[in-house]
Design a protein around this ligand. Structure first.
Ligand SMILES: Cc1ncc(C[n+]2csc(CCOP(=O)(O)OP(=O)(O)O)c2C)c(N)n1
Length: 638
């Protein structure tokens, strides 16, 4: 955060074309200004800080050397794209990041022509880039395609599928491996050790050999600057690296914070490379902001913070978070049952399994960003009588669907799926919303699918999952804190497929699946007050459904409303299917299924998203009134 005495350059740069007018020697100053701008913006909005700070020089260098947006620049995950947004016409909106109606926290095609590919889930950039490179080839355009991917994202299988394919196609694709030796947590696995070895200097070759190889490969025009840069970075890695074996020309490691290193290498690759090239760039996550550099997580994701001290705003919780309740309950159950093991795919803190790992280091596995592998790995453990808890966010479980179907469900293996971040997640927007898990799991024969209505229910469900060994079982719970209910000493083992009536009435039945139960109870107060006696039930299970409960609600009420924070095709659809086949719809019962709307809802506060979806107290009440042909009573549903 050094203050520059010179006149600000950033004010002269709205688009990369402006940046290309600057001299190379101006770029370090521009980098300082972009960093300051980004730190100030994120201090107000919260968001991903460390990753963006680490790629300021790299982002500037790419835009200065390549002709974006005609040349395609793809950021893997996209959480490091804030400097890119500042430099591509979005600086004036950078303080709206992740807010309702503001800029997305990730790259988004709809937002800018400088974002040729949207992301948020990791490890997609090489595949997408390869598609674009092949398209350019077929179209005979001279376009370059650059994919920037982190060392953490390189732990996912999809990245290797793409590398393998790119090598075979000999496509003109430039992959920049942004190696900061960090995922969200420290990276795990043999690949990260391999990259560290490459970067450690032991396998470096002299610059003369690099020059010779480069000349042979690129054919022409290897200037002294590049050999100097490479010498300075201690060079080109000896032949036979994994990337070379896969058909890539491999350059690096080079210093990703030095324009002297970056610019000549990028220019030479731009002008001369005809096949796939991988440039290994070493950067520091959180670079240039001391509190981030010093933090264990390099300020991967932050709340609003004080720029001077780096202290993040802390919201005092009223109740424990669902993630904590899950982790603590699992730890408790695991002390009583030594077959319980935990699995996370690069999200130890986010899932709470970091706490589990502290107590049971040998029974907890961080497999890297590898959800597919996580699920089949869990299946393997289950075949040997272990009780694996594959703790994934709803949105990331999507990636492992075939593994869930083929490796777990068809074989009836008792893998436990704690599904965190179920429902709306707020600032991360549609890529991270936990919308579809109930729909895609409840269709699978033999699966047990649960949702916790509150934190005490979550405790019951963890214990139920430990005890249930007859096949796969899942339980979903949202981001954030619980509602402050009394917590039992230990969870109960729930009867599989049995819901519960929480409040009895006679006219309206609200059947909730998950944490919308609290709003159903509030809605019931309003409905009772309006003379509509209301029953509220917590289904607990979307599969197997509680047929007796549904029959009872259907037969003894005028109207039945299902409520869930999930997509169509989930709980409500399962209930409708059952009622249709059971003849419960034949006698004039009014039914409504409240689900998330059929749109990709942009980021906003979760409460606003729930209200917009009509899944809050007011939405439930007005659904009942509309169904009964009554106007919404003033002062009741507001
Ligand atoms: C499929 C998937 N799983 C998990 C995540 C959560 N996630 C976001 S960023 C990240 C770490 C990425 O590490 P790396 O690629 O090295 O980038 P860095 O943040 O270090 O720049 C993870 C695990 C994700 N985005 N996508």
């Amino acid at each position: 955060m050094t203050q520059s005495p010179k006149t600000p350059l950033l004010d002269q740069v709205t688009y990369p074309a402006d940046l290309r007018k600057l001299e190379d020697r101006d770029l370090p100053q521009l980098a300082r200004e972009v960093r300051d701008e980004m730190i100030d913006a994120v201090s107000r909005t919260g968001g991903h800080l460390g990753a963006g700070l680490g790629v300021v020089e790299l982002t500037i260098a790419i835009h200065s050397v390549f002709n974006t947006p005609d040349d395609r620049l793809i950021f893997d995950v996209g959480h490091q794209c804030y400097p890119h947004k500042i430099l591509t016409g979005r600086r004036d909106r950078i303080r709206t990041l992740r807010q309702e109606n503001g800029l997305s926290g990730f790259t988004r095609r709809a937002e800018s022509e400088y974002d040729p590919f949207g992301a948020a889930h990791s490890s997609t950039s090489i595949s997408a880039g390869l598609g674009m490179a092949v398209a350019a080839d077929i179209d005979k355009t001279d376009r370059r395609v650059i994919a920037v991917i982190g060392d953490g994202a390189l732990s996912a299988g999809m990245a290797y599928e793409a590398l393998n394919n790119a090598g075979a196609l000999d496509a003109r694709l430039i992959v920049i491996l942004n190696d900061n030796d960090m995922s969200i947590a420290p990276p795990t696995g043999a690949m990260s050790a391999y990259l560290a070895r490459l970067a450690s200097g032991r396998t470096y070759m002299g610059f003369r050999d690099f020059g010779k190889k480069l000349t042979a490969y690129l054919g022409k025009n290897v200037d002294r600057a590049i050999t100097r840069a490479v010498e300075h970075a201690r060079g080109y890695v000896t032949g036979g690296t994994m990337f070379e074996e896969m058909g890539f020309y491999h350059i690096g490691p080079i210093d990703g914070h030095s324009f002297d290193h970056l610019l000549p290498v990028l220019r030479n690759v731009r002008d001369n490379a005809n096949g796939p090239v991988l440039i290994h760039v070493v950067t520091q996550k959180g670079k240039g902001y001391p509190p981030a550099e010093a933090a264990a997580d390099k300020y991967h994701g932050v709340n609003k913070f004080d720029v001077i001290t780096g202290a993040q705003a802390k919201v005092k919780p009223n109740a424990p978070s669902y993630t904590n309740v899950f982790a603590e309950t699992l730890i408790h159950e695991a002390t009583l049952d030594d077959r319980v093991v935990g699995i996370t795919a690069a999200m130890p803190t986010g899932t709470g399994l970091d706490k589990f790992a502290e107590i049971f280091p040998l029974r907890c596995f961080d497999v890297g960003i590898a959800e597919q592998h996580a699920v089949t790995f869990a299946a393997g453990l289950a075949t040997e009588g272990f009780k694996p808890f594959a703790a994934l966010y709803s949105t990331f479980l999507q990636r492992a669907y075939d593994q869930v179907v083929h490796d777990v469900a068809i074989q009836g293996l008792p893998v436990r799926f704690p599904i965190d971040r179920a429902g709306f997640v707020g600032a991360d927007g549609p890529t991270h919303a936990g919308s579809f898990d109930t729909a895609f799991l409840a269709t699978l024969p033999g699966f047990v699918v649960m949702a916790a209505a509150d934190e005490a229910e979550l405790k019951h469900m963890v214990r139920t999952a430990v005890a249930y060994d007859a096949g796969p079982i899942s339980f979903r719970y949202p981001r954030g804190e619980g509602i402050g209910v009394d917590m039992p000493e230990r969870g109960e083992i729930l009867e599989i497929g049995k819901g519960r009536i929480v409040k009895e009435g006679t006219k309206v039945a609200l059947l909730s699946f998950g944490t919308r139960l609290a709003d159903c109870l509030l809605a019931a107060e309003d409905l009772d007050a309006a003379g509509l006696s209301t029953t509220v039930a917590d289904a607990r299970f979307a599969k197997p459904l509680d047929h007796a409960l549904i029959r009872q609600l259907a037969r003894h009420h005028e109207i039945l409303i299902t409520v869930e924070e999930g997509s169509v095709g989930g709980f409500g659809s399962q209930v409708m299917q059952f009622m249709a086949m059971d003849g419960l719809l034949d006698r004039g019962l009014k039914v409504r299924t409240l689900v998330m709307p059929d749109i990709w809802m942009e980021q906003a506060k979760p409460e606003a998203m729930i209200a917009h979806a009509g899944l809050d107290r007011a939405g439930i009440v007005s659904t009942v009134f509309n169904a009964l042909g009554r106007g919404v009573a003033v002062g009741v549903a507001g």
